[in-house]
Ligand binder design. Structure first.
Ligand code: HEC
Length: 422
């Protein structure tokens, strides 16, 4: 917002805000030459990293050929302290929130180690469960007492980054987790407190294998979908036989696998058909569970970079446009995409969820503001969080009136509860 440059220049920085804020970037004194190497080093870190706990990738192809980072490096050297002791631009802040945005109680439940990165938070039976993005644990807190419990998960691949990403609950109340670089998915039975784990078979395990997302509609046909974010493929696991099938939905897009697409989210509808979001351009692809047929949809925003979302009980797919700065809904019956812009530029929403009143909730990875949007009027209330949070998966608890919003502070090692008073 404050730094010089075109919007396209600045939007390159949305690739730099997942592990730390831009403070490190603008306060650095690297020139372009050095930045080429710094950006290459950053690309060698796994997404689960933060400065207090860096984790190197095993497959370093993303960090290879540093020269391709020259353009961004040249821009970075114009916004930092490489030319002198003082910035040539003024630090602008977002306008102070007034009115409804202040009518809220925000509570943080601190977690016991600074290295805990609560990535996905969901409320199940009044308890807040979370995946730890950087460590081999599933955790929960009881909001009534503040009691914290952790369940250790095995390290399946020694030497590979640790941590979990997606967390969902199935119809029977079991939790499903994506085990990222450990190369598998886990099911956690909340009654017996035991994990059942499926790892990719050796012929599918690669140095860059990364199982991020996993679906929760196995009651339909006994299968869960997941993505391998290394090769950006889609896999379907038969829970009874342990067999994996592979699908390549990106191959149907213009330019195919050379088109520079990647799969971000994977969500299943009521028939266990799956929808994947493309994180590089602006596609959503449906894969039909019965026929395996691919159908592609596009948002109205070029380079919207679709990130995470959910499918509601009318099989509408709601998702966040990370670069597009919008919330979108694919009506899977009408096959139309509708979009709602966010009022604050460069908010970088990660996810979206609706509440029982029909309001949509999202949050900015860069602004640390929780957003409540009325899709009928387009009206928005923003609730600023107290500190650097780096919001990822979002959750709404509809058992309260008004509904309560929950999110993990991925960078602050806390679980955040947002209770609007109206
Ligand atoms: C995947 C995680 C991750 C991403 C994404 C990331 N960084 Fe970092 N960054 C780190 C970690 C970990 C450290 C601390 C360790 C280090 O300096 O290598 C760090 C430190 C830094 C530092 C301070 C150290 C130094 O050498 O000056 C700068 C500047 C920086 N990052 C710039 C960037 C820029 C620019 C981007 C986007 C192109 C970026 N980072 C994206 C993980 C990341």
């Amino acid at each position: 917002m404050s730094i010089p440059g075109t919007d396209d220049d600045k939007l390159q920085l949305i690739n730099c805000v997942s592990c730390h804020t831009l403070e490190r970037v603008v306060k650095s004194s690297h020139d372009a030459e050095e930045f080429v190497q710094v950006v290459a080093r950053m690309n060698g870190y796994a997404q689960v990293s933060q400065p207090i706990k860096p984790q190197r990738r095993v497959d370093l192809s993303r960090a290879a050929n540093p020269e391709r980072f020259r353009k961004v490096a040249e821009y970075l050297a114009t916004i930092n302290l490489s030319a002198g002791m003082k910035h040539e631009f003024e630090l602008k802040t977002l306008p102070r929130v007034k009115g409804r945005g202040t009518n809220v109680v925000i509570t943080e439940y601190d977690l016991p180690r600074a290295t805990i990165e609560p990535h996905d938070v969901i409320i199940v039976n009044g308890e807040a469960w979370y995946t730890n993005f950087g460590e081999q644990f599933l955790g929960k807190i009881d909001p009534k007492t503040g009691k914290h419990t952790e369940y250790a998960m095995p390290e399946l691949r020694k030497g590979f980054p640790t941590g979990n990403l997606d967390l969902g609950v199935d119809r029977d109340g079991n939790l499903f987790l994506g085990m990222m670089y450990q190369g598998g998915v886990a099911k956690f039975d909340r009654k017996t407190e035991k994990f059942q784990i499926w790892q990719l078979p050796p012929e599918r395990l690669r140095d860059d294998s990364q199982i991020n997302m996993v679906t929760n509609q196995a009651h339909v046909d006994g299968k869960v979908w997941m993505n391998d974010a290394g090769p950006s493929t889609l896999l379907r696991l038969d829970l009874a036989t342990g067999k994996f099938e592979e699908f390549d939905p990106l191959s149907m897009l213009p330019g195919g696998r050379q088109g520079g697409y990647s799969i971000y989210d994977v969500r299943a509808d009521s028939q266990n058909n799956v929808y994947v979001t493309d994180f590089q351009k602006n596609y959503v692809i449906k894969v039909d569970a019965k026929t395996g047929k691919f159908t592609a949809y596009q948002t109205g925003t070029p380079l919207s970079r679709n990130r995470r979302g959910r499918i509601d009980d009318q099989d509408r797919f709601w998702f966040a446009e990370y670069r597009g700065n919008k919330i979108a809904m694919l009506d899977t019956k009408e096959e139309k995409v509708q979009e709602w812009p966010l009022p604050t530029k460069f908010t970088s929403p990660y996810d979206v969820i609706w509440d029982k009143n029909g309001d949509l909730w999202t949050g900015g990875m860069t602004t640390d503001r929780v957003i409540r949007l009325d899709p009928k009027s387009g009206q928005v209330v923003e609730y600023p969080l107290p500190r650097d949070t780096n919001m990822r998966r979002m959750f709404v608890d509809n058992s309260t009136t008004p509904p309560t919003f929950w999110v993990g502070s991925n960078h602050g090692a806390s679980i955040v509860k947002v209770e609007p008073l109206d």
